[in-house]
Structures are given as structure tokens and as C-alpha cells.
Design a protein around this ligand. Sequence first.
Ligand code: DPP
Ligand code: ZN
Length: 868
Amino acid sequence: IQPVLRSDYQPPTYWIENVELDFDLDPRETLVTSRISVRRNPEQSSSKLDLAGENLKFQSVAVDGKRLDETQYQLRDDGMTLLDLPESCVIETKVLVSPVTNKSLSGLYQTSGNYCTQCEAVGFRRITYFLDRPDVMTTYRVTIRGDKQSCPVMLSNGNRVSQRSLDDGRHEVVWEDPFPKPSYLFALVAGNLRCHRGTFTTRSGRDVALEIWVEPQNIDKCEHALVSLQKSMKWDEDVFGLEYDLDIYMIVAVNDFNMGAMENKGLNVFNSKYVLALPDTATDEDYMLIEAVIAHEYFHNWTGNRVTCRDWFQLTLKEGLTVFRDQQFTADQTSAAVKRIDDVSGLRAGQFVEDSGPMAHPIRPESYISMDNFYTATVYRKGAEIIRMYHTILGAEGFRRGMDLYFERHDNSAVTCDDFRAAMADANDVNFDLFDRWYSQAGTPELTVTEAWDAAKGEYTLTMTQSYPPLPGGNPGTVDRKPVPLPVRVGLLDAESGEEIEQHGGVVMLQSESESFTFGGLTAKPIASVLRGFSAPVRLRMQRSEAELAFIMAHDTDSFNRWDAGQTLATKLLIDAANVISEGGNLELSGQFRDAFGRVLHDDSVDEAFKALALTLPRESVLGQEMAVIDPDSLHTARQFYRQQLAESFQSELTALYNDQAADGAYKNDQQSINRRRLKNVVLAYLSALDTSESVSLVAGQFDQADNMTNKQAALSLLANLDVPAREEALAAFYKKYQSDPLVIDKWFAVQAVSSREDTIEQVKRLTTHPDFSVDNPNRVRSLIGAFTQNQVRFHQADGAGYKLLADYVLKIESANPQLAARLVAAFNSYRRFDESRQTQMQNELKRIAEHPGLCKDVHEIVQRALR
Ligand code: DPP
Ligand code: ZN
């Protein structure tokens, strides 16, 4: 299989001036007729045109009304070549597609009996022959004919321009989208749906109809999504001056969806997980994610749709930027400090791992076999960090100037990451040439910081050095990597009082491999706070005593670093503890850490959400990254030991705190109540670590009495780890109560899959035979198999049973849903980080998958990268 290379980009031989699509909907034989008006690209002289097409049942092709014979075109598995076209003409093709048998959830498919499309990145070619590439932007007129009974609602992009009844029990709707768009933004939805409506008045006074379309039983679960959309529309006007352009904005929720959501012009299609919410069925985190994903897809209307990507290597142009925008939005709606901590935690847990393994790639990749494999944490989250660095360097106003120029130059066109970088530079008269390296190099840089104090001169010096750790062999992103520009936000604290030394706070730029920064006029050696707000996506290496870390935890004015100092301290201690365990020694809780934990517990100056984060120990997967060889068992034991010891040391304080929060009364949805629930459930988790009959009753009591899903799910997750009758009772009660709500049943599967119990693998195997388990529904597969792969201690069980389970499921689903299978198989990517026995077992499973006859190219790509 030949990879596609970034360096191979060629403009098309023809451009498309407009397209008319006709759909005669039928579950097995939907007839798609397309008429595309093409004109030869003036920069090209070829009269040949290659159209992409996949899984299409070809019927006919005609040019300017004349049907072509077989000498005039060539059909291939992946498309069609028209051999001799005039300078401009209309090409009409007719194909049949089969939505009901399409389990890949790409192209036109059925979900819960409704029709739905997914075209990004390359799904449009599964609907019709087309120039299915993002640099071909055109206007669409779409006619849909379908059965009145089964498809009372038929939607596509843009505005509905006509509607009529046909005489055979069918009806017809025509949609026109006035904005030119690439094919990946096309959408069609048809079926039995109901609408939750709202409006938004733009700042220029236009009324936009907002419509959220869902299956009838979900009509009462849409208000949060609607309000989130209204907030997003307002925020983008306020912060970026960006106004919505059509008169209607539709969102459709579907149950079977490979991604989170899709920003199709004027007609977003969402995984129902990111739309539907009631307090009884969705957690506070679900509410927050819904708001963030609604915002993300809405923000794409400008950063993605109006200005799109020239080719798929530029994906981070729209995704990194749009993730950054949704992060800023959420920060404004909630708490900037807490949001930053959550985002960096996510980056470290996911992207850092990706960036140090076989899938490490630059945010702008150089090659791919399947583009679907590059919708990654690197392109999205690291991409957002790169955008954040422009923002840090330029400030909010400078960044806005850059954005304004970007839209001024590139509205309605398909551009590259270089164009974005140039707009940021030109609007601010700043040189961003070196920033190019962030787009072309893979791996997470390490930033090593050392300090020196010159008492005689009153000067304090920080020396910063950057380097890239090696990546597993053969990765093109590792060749000749050069230093990247790093904005490092620094502050100095008075070592006596803990106060900020104001004149020395700010951003220093490390532009080369190593540089020293000196701060003068000091009377005593300060304590430095480095990389405040996580101002660059690096691993910070700075020798710190436990006392210094505790000092920063107590005094830093930067809340990110306060939290991070605690994480650094905990990481050091937990890894020491894991090493003690693997050597058969005895564990002791560090007194330094106990004191620090106690200070956080008693600190009334911070909000509850921050406190919840500061009291939470780093995840086992994050701890593992800091070990030379990941030892999942010792890490798990060490972390459990710390949780239990802390709970015992602070039992009365934790109990008092829990009771205080528990006295809050009925569920409320305001930010403070959300923060308090977050803290309450962190505290409950500590108390549950005591594993006494009182603590079990406390958790079981919360489960029984909870009037909201946040508290209920938190208690259920804790019970799921235990070996007590209350566990089975709670799981049974939960199932019974929510069995008709698939999103809640996903949670039921997931809490069992991430349980730390020793029999988790057996339970997961058993659950794969549960009547509610289905390999056709990605949410369900992710909630059981995907969640299980995140359970470090159980997935990596020494006998390899977890590995076999995963490999079996990858092989079971790969031919039907390659995208989903490829996501799952990536759990093996860190195999080189484990001991030899685990390495060998994972490698053997990878080889077994690699040798599977007819393996899909998505899985093939991940597996062959892992094995090389
Ligand atoms: N659905 C994905 C996203 O919005 C792809 N565009 O990020
Ligand atoms: Zn996106």
C-alpha cells in the first residue's frame, strides 16, 4: 500500500464550478445522480480528470448530456478517469449505494433507521464520483426524494428552497448552500426526527433559526445543547468578531458515529453523546463536554469552513486552531485555571504518549496511508498548544490582529499552515520563521532548567536547554530536529515570604538550544516558578527539592504551577514507592507529602474545582511515562497505598468536608455547585479507599440517594472496584433503571471495564456476550473495549489475556469499521515501554493482526508503524 506524501501535492486538472446532487433514498439501493460543472484549471493543460469513488455501484456517466462509452472513461476500485474532456462541461454520473449495509459509518449510512452521512476526511467518494479533496470548493444544490412515512424529515446543507409531495408516497426537498465548500463538509440526514428549536440574533441584527434534530424519545434532552450553541455564537462575536453567515443552523444527534461530531456547513452531525443531557442521565463532565463540542463545531464555521485546508496534511490548520478556540471559550465560561489544568492533563495522558511512540508525527504530518489515522491528539491537542504559543507571544490583541488578517486574506479559500503563520507574523510585524519547526518535527521537547545564584551581585540566573529524546526507529519526523522557539513564562517568588517579585515576571523566549536568563537586583535567592500556565508543550526537567515543590504548591500565584508542583512531587514519590515495591521493600507515606496534602485540604483561598484537582494523584498512565520500564502492578499498588494512607491520615477532615458538601441539598447546575460536586467526589474516592464497612455504606448511600448522574456515576465507579455485595446491587439497580438509555448504559459498561478488581478481564469478556453489547455501535465498543485498554493495571495483566482480548476485537471489527478498529489497536503503541515479557506478548498480538488476510489499510498502517 502506497502512502500519500505531503510533498506530492498537485492542484487538480479541473475545478468544479457547481454541483447538483439528486438522492433517491432507499436502504439498499439509493440512486445518487450528480451533475458537476467543471472547468479546466488554467494552470494545467491536461484533458484528463481523475474522480475519486469507492464502494459505488456504477450506473452511467455522461458529458454534456451524451452518455460515454467504455473507451472514454476508466473505472478503478478507487475511482474513475475521464479521458478527454473539453475545457468546460457538465459531467453527470449515476451510482447506487447501500446505506443499510454500510457499517463503516463513512459515506451514506443508516443509524437507528435514519439516513446520515459522514464525509470527513474522504467519505464523500463513497457517495458519488467526485474531486473529493478539500481544495476543491464549490456550491451545492441537493435534491432529496424519500418515503414520507419513514423519512418525514430530509435535511442538507444551507437553505431549504423547495418542497413538494410526489405521487408514490414519496416527497422531495431541495436544499441550496450559497457558500462554496469542500466535499468533506457535505451532509444529508433523513428520517423520523423531531426538532428542538431556538433562535439567535446576530450582532448585525439577523435572526438565525437554531434547530436540534433528535429521535423522538430524546426531545426533552436538547436544551443544554441549544443554550451552548447560543453562548458559542455570542462568544465568537465578542472575542473574534465572527458572525454566523446562514439563516439556519442545524444539529442532528445520531447514535452510531465514529467521531465526536462533524462541522458540516449549516448541518452539524453529532454523536448523541455530545448533544443529549438531563441531570439524571448526564454528568457535570458530560455537560461541559457538550458545551465544548457544540462550541468547537460552531467555531469551525469560520476556522475550517469559510477558510479550509488545502490538503489533509494541513488538518491542524483548522483543528489545532479550533481546539484552541474551544479551550478559550470553556475557560471563559468556567474557570481558566481549572480548564488549563484539565487540558494539560489530557495532553500529557494522551498526546505525550503518542508523541513518544511509533505513531509520533509532526502536527503537520509528512505522509499517511489512511488519513483517518491522523485525527490524533497530536494534530488536535498539540496543534492547539502551538496556536496558544502565538497567543502567548502576541497577547490577545496581537493574536486577534493575526486572525483578522487571516480572514481578510483567505476567506472562501483552502490554505496551508504556512498561510496562517504568515498572517500572524505580518499582522504583528513579528518573525515567525522558526515556528515552522513546530509544524515539521515530531516528539515532545525536553526543557532542562538549571539555576545559579550570585549572592555578591544579587543576580539569579536560569539556564534553559532544550533537546529531543530519541523516537522509535524509522520515524521521518525525527530526522535532524532543530531547537524550537519556546515561550517560557517565568516568575520569581521571595523565598521567605512567598510573595511574587513583581518586576521579574513574564515570558522569556528560548530561541536556540541553550540560553541563560539573568534577573538582577535581588537581595536573596528567590524560588523560580517556571513554565507558568504550561506556556509551551514540553517536558520540564528541573531539579527541585521536596521542600521547594511544597513551597510552590503553597505560594505560587500561578495556579497551574501550584497544581503542577504537587503533581511533580507526587510523581517522584509514587515512582520511588513503586520501585520499593518491586524490590520487595516496605512502603511509608512521605511526611513532606502528607503535610502538603493537608495544606491543600485546609486552603480556603482556592475554589473547590481547583482543590479537587490538587488533591488528585497523577493517573497511573501518566506516572508510567516517567518510569524507565513501566511496571503497572507496582505503580498501581503504590498509588493505592498512597490513597489509603492519605485517607487514614485525614479521615476526620475528609469526612467533615464530605458531609459539608453532602449537605448542599437538591441538584443545581451552576458553576459553584458543579465545583462542589467535583470536590465531593474526589473526597468520596479517598474515603472509599479506607475500604471499611462505614466507607462502603457511605459510597452505597450516595449511589442510592443521588439525584443526579454525577454523584451516581461517581459512587458506582467506586463500588465497581470493590468486592462487596453493594457492588452487584448497585450495578443491577443502575442497569435496570437506565436500560433504555444507551448513553447511560455506556457508562455502565465503562465503570466495569476500568475497575481495578483482579477479575476485570473476566468481567469484560463476560460483558462482550451481554445482549446490550454490539460491535456495530462505536460508543458501545469504546465504552467496553476502549475503556478497558485505558485500565493500565488490568489491560497489562502479566499473562497477556488483556492483549489477546484487544487483538481479538480488533480483528472482529476491522473489516466492518476500519476507523474504529485502528483507534483501538493504537493501545499497543506503547509496547516498547514495558518489560520484555509484556513486550513480546504485545508484539505477538501485533504480528497476529498484521498477518490477518485482507487486513484493512487503517489497521495495517498503525500496526506496521508499531512493528517497524
Ligand atoms: N469531527 C471532527 C472535529 O470537529 C472533524 N472535523 O474535530
Ligand atoms: Zn474539529
